[in-house]
Design a protein around this ligand. Structure first.
Ligand code: HEM
Length: 221
């Protein structure tokens, strides 16, 4: 039996997933080598990414294909605002800014106007958040005792079953009426979305990795 589109997409992006997953910043974060501030720095960049992504989702709401992927229960922007207040205090808005790699990523998201490319960006982030994101949530609690505020980004309390949600999402991918050529474009854009993520992680590493340790130095200093 030939693979479904969601299976093809997953397989085609697996090397990119490996690369993202094993980025030095993410590895150090999950390995407990960084202070809790490193989670805040990551969240601050994701705040800009999700602001762009959720604006794009709003714009796609009435699209007959992309609109099916727009679920309010996925929205992360408000959760990230809460997390920002936790990490940076009440005046967080004046303290966080986009790294150039994040600005590039957001620019790409904003430039997307075709359903397939939008879904590629949507898939790459949200499906990852409700899968691997849960591993990060667990590490954040285990390593730094952060639960609730500071980890709201990883909490999808409006989604009662993540596996069911992922199955439903994969069905949507399989049923989206893209032809073979268009499906290829979705895969290409998803690989690009991974690359943009990897670039953000690399920029975070350059900026904060050498200055950060669990033994004192703060990423915000
Ligand atoms: C922090 C390190 C990460 C870990 C430990 C991790 C782990 C996982 C795991 C275990 C799955 C499989 C879930 C399943 O079979 O249903 C998964 C799926 C996924 N992850 Fe990650 N991940 C990480 C980082 C990322 C990043 C940085 C991205 C994208 C920017 C990402 C995007 C995805 C996507 C899109 C899927 C769904 C694949 C599919 O089923 O089509 N992950 N991740």
């Amino acid at each position: 039996m030939s693979p479904t589109f969601s299976e093809t997409l997953r397989a085609a992006t697996m090397p990119s997933h490996e690369q993202a997953n094993h980025s030095p910043y993410i590895s150090a974060l999950l390995g407990g080598e960084l202070s809790v501030d490193a989670f805040g720095q990551l969240a601050s960049q994701l705040y800009f990414v999700y602001s762009a992504l959720e604006e794009a989702a709003e714009a796609m709401r009435d699209d007959p294909i992309a609109g099916k992927f727009v679920f309010a229960e996925l929205n992360r922007r408000e959760a990230l605002r809460e997390d920002m207040a936790y990490y940076f205090g009440p005046s967080w808005e004046s303290q966080v800014s986009e790294l150039p790699a994040t600005a590039e990523y957001c620019k790409r998201i904003r430039s997307v106007s075709w359903s397939g490319e939008f879904v590629a960006h949507h898939y790459t982030r949200y499906l990852g958040d409700i899968a691997g994101g849960q591993i990060i949530r667990h590490r954040l609690r285990k390593l730094h005792g952060v639960e609730g505020p500071g980890s709201m980004f990883y909490v999808f309390d409006q989604i009662p079953s993540a596996p069911k949600f992922r199955d439903n999402y994969r069905t949507l991918l399989n049923e989206a009426p893209w032809n073979a050529q268009e499906r290829k474009r979705v895969i290409i854009e998803s690989v690009r979305a991974y690359e943009l993520n990897v670039a953000v992680f690399a920029a975070l590493a350059t900026k904060f990795l050498t200055h950060t340790s669990t033994h004192g130095n703060s990423t915000t200093s």
